[in-house]
Every structure is written in C-alpha cells, then in structure tokens.
Write a protein that binds this ligand. Sequence first.
Ligand code: ATP
Ligand code: MG
Ligand code: MG
Length: 430
Amino acid sequence: SYRKGGYHAVRVGDLFNGGRYIAQRKLGWGQFSIVWLAYDTRTSSYVALKIQKSAAQFAQAALHEIEVLSAVADGDPSNEKCVIRLIDHFKHAGPNGQHLCMVLEFLGDSLLRLIKYSRYKGLELNKVREICKYILTGLDYLHRELGIIHTDLKPENILLVSTIDPSKDPIRSGLTPILERPEGSINGGSTSTMTIVEKKLKRRAKRAVANISIRRASMGGIELPKPERCLDGIDMRCKVVDFGNACRANKQFAEEIQTRQYRAPEVILRAGYSFSVDMWSFACTAFELATGDMLFAPKSGQGFCEDEDHLALMMELIGKMPRKIAIGGAQSKDYFDRHGDLKRIRRLKFWSLDRLLVDKYRFSETDAREFAEFLVPLLDFTPEKRPTAQQCLQHPWLSLRNSTRDETKNKSNVEKVDVGMSKLEIKVGK
Ligand code: ATP
Ligand code: MG
Ligand code: MG
C-alpha cells in the first residue's frame, strides 16, 4: 500500500515539519497509518510520528482524530489523566500525496503484548488493579470532563508508559539519536533500497527500542524463558490511545462500534449507546488481563451467526437478558423471539463469573468472589445500571492487596476444551 493515496515511505534520517523531526525507526502500523519513532530536535526528545495514508477518507479521519486529541490535550495541561498526548500535527507532502501527521508522546508496549508475555496466563491481580486504576482515570476524564466516548477500548489500545526516558537516560535506553540521513540514500526512494549504513543504523535503533519496552531484548526472541519474571517490578503506568473512532456522546456517527469481543450488547442490538459501552469494554479488558483469555470470543456456527453466539455467551455468564432490553433494539427481531429468548440457540449453559474464575482459572474462592464483585456490575445488560468510571474508581477491590491467587498453577486446559465442546454441541444440536 505504498502507492498513491496510501502510506508514505519513510527512511531513517528523513526530516519532517521543516526539519524539526528526524525519523529513527518504524514502530508499527495500522489500517490508516504508519508510525515511526522520531527525534524531536526542538525538545531533544523522542516522539511517535503517526503518518496517515493520503487518500481523502484517511485525511478526513485524521482531522477528526486530531480534533479529539486536541480537546484531550487542552483539558489536561499537566498530562496526568492517563490518555495519549498530542504534541504537534502538520502536513507532509510526498510522492504518494499529502499526508496528515500526528506527533504523539512516545509510549511503550501495549497491554496485549503484556498478556502475551504472561504466556496468556494473565497478570498478578495486584498488577491488574494498578492498570485498572489508570484506565479508569483516563475513562473518567474522557467521559465526565470531555463528553467523549472512546468506543474501541481493548488491551491493544492501552500502551505502557516507558519506564526509561531515552532523552534523559540514553545509555540505559541504548538510544542515540540519528541526526542525519545516512550517506547514499535518495530522498523519497523506496524503503527496500536501503544502503548498508542505513541497515546498520536501523538494526541498532531496533535493538535500542527493544530495551525501552518490557525488557524485550533480554527475553531472547520468541522463546520466552520465564515471562512472569520479566514482568516483575515493572511500573504498570499506562495510557489510553487510538482516538480514531472516538465520538462525542451527543454527536455519534457510527452505529456499529467497538471491536467484536469488547462490544456491548446494546451495540449488537442497535439500541443506542452512551459512555457505558466503554465500561463494558473495560470489564472485558480487566478480565483478559487477569486470566489471559478474552471474556467473550464469539464464533458463528451451524445455523447461528457471530452476533447470536455473542449474546448467548453473555447470557450464559450474566444470566438471562431482561425481556425489555432483549426486544428493545432495531436488530432485536433477528436474534430474539417475542418472549425474549434467542431464536436459534435455545439451551444455554449458565456459569457464574466467580465459578468460572475458580473452576477454569484456578482463582482462590476469595479472589474470585472479590474480582467478580468488581466486574459483574459493569456487565449489566441495562446500560444505565453500569457504574460510571468515577464510581468504579471508588470500588473497594481497587484498594485490596496481597492476592492469595496461586500464580504457579496453570489454568486447566482440559476443562477449557471440555467447556468449548459441550457448548458447541448444544448449539449445533438445535
Ligand atoms: P488502527 O487500524 O488500529 O486504527 P492506526 O493506523 O490508527 O491503526 P495506531 O493504532 O494509532 O494506528 O498505531 C499503529 C501502531 O503504532 C500501534 O499499534 C503501536 O504499535 C504503534 N504506536 C502508535 N502510537 C504509538 C505511540 N504513541 N508510541 C509508541 N508506539 C505507538
Ligand atoms: Mg490501533
Ligand atoms: Mg486508529
């Protein structure tokens, strides 16, 4: 997609915004943009440079994201509300067109990566609590002070704050800024024609960046020796990112919002939505952090679609949806009969959240009960009944300490398979 209307090809040493920013290395990419680590010569610090694809619809989306991010920054001058900070934005002309660029503070790995490092076993509950406080602080700010709904909260969109500041501690971070384009490279050229010097620089920068994140370099590639150890003593400060889909509560433009697994029931049923959709996604995220598994991972099957499976999974965990809610959405008739029962998935296997935590994830009875008490109110089918981020921040679970969960025990894989199969059989049989 490095063509007209698409990504802008960047090379190490490329200059942006009149020479203020110098490209260092690629950090990642998404559907809309590529993101590079850049050196800000004005502040002598590192930033993340998000370069949007150039076609009109991407430019439009970037303008919206910039508008939201500006409001987020304006309302939080001291940068303490746990949301990503927009530093600057500008246009950059390249061979593929005009690209809107956002300069963001440089953050570390996503929570999804953190979950991977735990080998999908989940994090210690004390760490989950810390992370939850930061996410809730961010949500409370967005909801109550700005009237913004994020609409795409999930582990991938929460990034850790780098513990080492490379501009203050270049030796420990292993980062030294590349200030000049390596010799022999041609402006605007393809990324595949890199000189040897460039390749070397890129490799060096890559190693350096790895050190900033969760000691990735010391973990030695794919085979992670003792991932739990690697997560020890890491500051769990994090921030909410990716405001490309955020909207104002009074100015919604999309009916279908949120990533599938984190989608609230009222969104599936097209019954309208508000801030409480983020609280639903928050509960799904907290569960995933603590267990390493997604709370709901719906699949379509014989005779039923992903949406109906999703609604069934929700009811199996939370209980039957109140009839009024079940039949209240524009899409309700597709999935529910007039009694409020699912049309194609008739026999549900109810399993309460605290039993799930004990039986499948080997939580102690106490940990399971306490965690479930925190999560269950957030998973209310009636959106208005879900606690707000502000109320949630007051929950006693967040101030608990010394979890008794036995971290050495693995969650039972046998049970996992059994559960999946029995559910599948029941559904296919109908
Ligand atoms: P999406 O398809 O998810 O909407 P996008 O084009 O909007 O993608 P982002 O998700 O914002 O792009 O960023 C793409 C990737 O770049 C992220 O997954 C992350 O790895 C990296 N990234 C983004 N922002 C930062 C940052 N501030 N610091 C470090 N890395 C970042
Ligand atoms: Mg993203
Ligand atoms: Mg985005």
